[in-house]
Design a binder for this molecule. Structure first.
Ligand code: SF4
Length: 120
């Protein structure tokens, strides 16, 4: 466990790997903690690590941003040209998880304000 002020607790620990894959990754590629949460009725994200829920959205040095680590590698974590919805819409659930519904609402207001001002 290491100190990391970008996490709510101020601490973080990575998942362990085996054969260069997360130990929670199933042979079918699905996340076993997400599948268990979903199938148990607790909720898909109940047991999943914060970083895994939020990805590709991350908080880095206090800044909410997109992590391009899997850009072009994992389609689900990439920005693709033919996807009509911008990231702020396509990652709504992740952003609400990080910011809360109120915080996500504020983000939308900022987006709208910057769009109206012609800036990004
Ligand atoms: S989502 Fe996270 S916990 Fe689940 S398999 Fe991937 S890295 Fe592991």
């Amino acid at each position: 466990m290491i100190d990391d002020p970008d996490f709510v607790s101020g601490k973080t620990v990575g998942t362990q790997t085996h054969n260069d894959k997360c130990v929670f990754r199933r042979s079918d590629g699905r996340c076993s903690v997400q599948v268990y949460g979903d199938e148990s009725g607790a909720g898909a994200w109940t047991y999943k690590p914060f970083y895994c829920i939020a990805f590709p959205i991350v908080v880095c040095d206090g800044v909410l941003t997109f992590d391009d680590y899997q850009q072009g590698i994992a389609r689900c974590c990439s920005i693709v040209d033919e996807h009509a919805a911008p990231l702020i819409d396509s990652c709504k659930d992740e952003l609400e998880y990080i910011l809360g519904k109120e915080g996500y609402g504020e983000l939308l207001l900022l987006r709208d304000r910057y769009a109206a001002e012609g800036t990004k």
